[in-house]
Design a protein around this ligand. Structure first.
Ligand SMILES: Cc1cc2nc3c(=O)[nH]c(=O)nc-3n(C[C@H](O)[C@H](O)[C@H](O)COP(=O)(O)OP(=O)(O)OC[C@H]3O[C@@H](n4cnc5c(N)ncnc54)[C@H](O)[C@@H]3O)c2cc1C
Length: 252
């Protein structure tokens, strides 16, 4: 099993900006939590309205059993990035967008001692890391919005000085690491205008689905990137909750 359930509690929270909070989780069993770094994803489960704990069947076949539960009762699942992992704790950075759903409502009012159920990795090679540059990559392109800042930051630390990395970020200036291009009005126009290096690229794009697709189209059709070298993930979609996206992908 490459993922397992962990009961965790909030041990710290810190406002990164007025629109982002870093929450540190710890728990007795976290010795078994092993992050693959980069854009490592995990699942957080929030209690349904009226419940004190998230109801989730904890077994290897948990997903079909969870989906079979009444949606008004089952735990509410949301996907987040492990922004940093230590032997006894890990961090998740929440972007506090207006009109947010259960995850953002929870993160906006978070207190030390709050408990949460997490589905997290137990081995480093766990299938929950999309950033996988081929060995012949000569430079890396990163682009993303607020929701992708934790993934992009962790990817930059993982790459270190092994490859040149060029980043475009649509978030508050405080969340844009030095050397990144700050894109307050969105990612597509600044990338269209950018002079890109020569050499074999690998791109990782994450954020709002429509914008991510538009960027990928630009890189593949207008810039001639090999589509296999562009890893793109819609982290959220305007007007749709994560539950809507889960139902859509189940129906497809
Ligand atoms: C692999 C992966 C990793 C992710 N990592 C992170 C992370 O580390 N940090 C992070 O903040 N988010 C991250 N996200 C995005 C996060 O899962 C979504 O933003 C999620 O929908 C938030 O849940 P919610 O309950 O607040 O909103 P939902 O109930 O899902 O949606 C409610 C409304 O809010 C809108 N909405 C959702 N997200 C955003 C947003 N970011 N900006 C503006 N409007 C939004 C929806 O369109 C909808 O109208 C990640 C997503 C994926 C798939």
């Amino acid at each position: 099993m490459t993922y397992d359930f962990f009961d965790v509690s909030v041990v710290r929270h810190e406002a990164l900006t007025p629109a982002a909070v870093r929450v540190t989780f710890a728990g007795d069993t976290l010795g078994g939590f092993v992050s693959g770094g980069r854009d490592q994803r995990c699942k957080l489960f929030f209690p349904a309205p009226g419940q004190s704990e998230a109801i989730v069947p904890r077994s290897e076949q948990w997903y079909p059993r969870w989906r079979a539960l009444d949606p008004s009762v089952r735990g509410i699942m949301r996907t987040y990035t492990v922004s940093a992992a230590r032997p006894d704790s890990f961090d998740v950075d929440f972007a506090l967008h207006p009109g947010g759903g259960p995850a953002i409502q929870w993160a906006s009012q978070v207190s030390v001692g709050d408990r949460l159920l997490v589905l997290g990795p137990t081995v480093a090679d766990n299938g929950g890391v999309d950033f996988q540059p081929p060995a012949d990559t000569e430079w890396v392109l990163l682009a993303g919005d607020d929701s992708a800042v934790p993934a992009l930051d962790a990817i930059r630390s993982w790459v270190g000085s092994s490859l040149p990395v060029y980043s475009w970020i649509a978030s508050a200036p405080q969340r844009c690491a030095p050397g990144t291009v700050h894109c307050p009005g969105g990612l597509v126009a600044p990338l269209r205008d950018a002079a890109l290096p020569s050499g074999t690229p690998y791109a990782f794009i994450a954020g709002e689905s429509g914008e991510v697709r538009a960027l990928r189209r630009h890189l593949v059709r207008e810039r001639g990137f090999d589509r296999r070298r562009v890893r793109f993930t819609g982290y959220w979609r305007r007007g749709a909750t994560e539950d809507d996206l889960i139902e859509e992908s189940a129906a497809a």
